[in-house]
Design a protein around this ligand. Structure first.
Ligand code: HEM
Length: 139
């Protein structure tokens, strides 16, 4: 039962985090075409005011619930070495942890990313992670 609850928490926290990145990259950024720089940053700030309350926390919950899921799911490493499932899951976990560390440093410690400062790379990584989360069980 615990696993099911944590798995659901993982899916919903990812839904919130991914949903923000989807909206920011595909909708908010497009508003620049119709609004002046000043208008755009004003409208964006209205949006970000609420985003800051929820999205960073959902990213942390996604990572913490993911750590629980991987501890349950990973399994033993056989004498032949890592299985394909374990390799893909480790890659998914690495990308997820990178997003998590990047987000926490930025939001809670004000340390901005050195590279890929926009939300485009996190958006692309979330899409890749979702694919990995599905193919990992069939490789
Ligand atoms: C922002 C980062 C992350 C995203 C977007 C993400 C996304 C996902 C998605 C979409 C699933 C599939 C859910 C399903 O089909 O039922 C999943 C499952 C999983 N995730 Fe993550 N995840 C993230 C971070 C992590 C981290 C950091 C770890 C481990 C350290 C992790 C470990 C797992 C595991 C083990 C599963 C398999 C659960 C199962 O199917 O039983 N995730 N994740």
């Amino acid at each position: 039962m615990t696993y099911l609850i944590v798995h659901l928490i993982h899916i919903f926290s990812v839904f919130i985090y991914g949903g923000f990145l989807f909206t920011d990259n595909l909708f908010l950024s497009k508003m620049k075409r119709d609004l002046s720089e000043q208008e755009h940053s004003k409208v964006r700030e209205y949006f970000m005011k609420y985003v800051r309350k929820l999205v960073p926390k959902s990213l942390i919950v996604a990572v913490l619930s993911g750590i629980y899921l991987i501890l349950v799911n990973f399994g033993e490493i056989s004498d032949e070495g890592l299985s394909n499932f374990q390799i893909v899951l480790l890659l998914k976990a690495f990308l997820g942890l990178w997003l998590g560390v990047r987000g926490v440093l930025q939001v809670f410690f004000g340390i901005n990313p050195l590279v890929f400062k926009s939300h485009i790379v996190p958006f692309i990584l979330v899409i890749i992670i979702i694919f990995l989360s599905q193919i990992m069980f069939s490789v």
